[in-house]
Write a protein that binds this ligand. Structure first.
Ligand code: CU
Length: 140
């Protein structure tokens, strides 16, 4: 009988010891983060610094013409224009009679400018100084 009593004492130690152990695990730290994503820019064309990006396509401006005149590019791609003329040119969205206001950069001789296109579509452009100069970026 003495052996049985010893066994019971061990049983009670276990029963009362376990709840104390489990109690230490309560109260998780559930942090709720309400991170609202910033609204994506409404701009579909943005000027970016050519020195800090990798252009996906290049358009040369030479002899008062954009070359190539039509430049295919993937959505999110960057077109780099370089002015190889001795005259200043612009890359201006739309047409000379209907500028669309989406982009308008000016390139002095030897300058380069980069535009990033973040939406699909055909983006026509022209030079404000020499309005016969036209081109387009086909973003797909
Ligand atoms: Cu021009």
């Amino acid at each position: 009988m003495r052996g049985q009593a010893t066994m019971w004492r061990g049983f009670f130690i276990m029963v009362f010891a376990i709840p104390g152990f489990l109690g230490g695990c309560g109260g998780g730290s559930g942090s709720i983060t309400n991170s609202t994503p910033a609204p994506s820019s409404a701009l579909t064309v943005q000027e970016v610094d050519c020195a800090t990006v990798t252009p996906s396509a290049a358009v040369n401006i030479l002899s008062f013409a954009f070359s190539p005149g039509s430049q295919p590019i993937a959505v999110g791609g960057i077109v780099k224009w370089t002015n190889s003329d001795a005259a200043t040119h612009t890359v201006t969205g739309g047409t000379s009679v209907a500028p669309d206001g989406k982009f308008d950069v000016s390139l002095v001789p030897a300058a380069s400018k980069c535009l990033k296109f973040t939406a699909a579509g055909t983006f026509g452009y022209y030079c404000k100084i020499h309005t016969s100069m036209t081109g387009q970026a086909v973003v797909q």
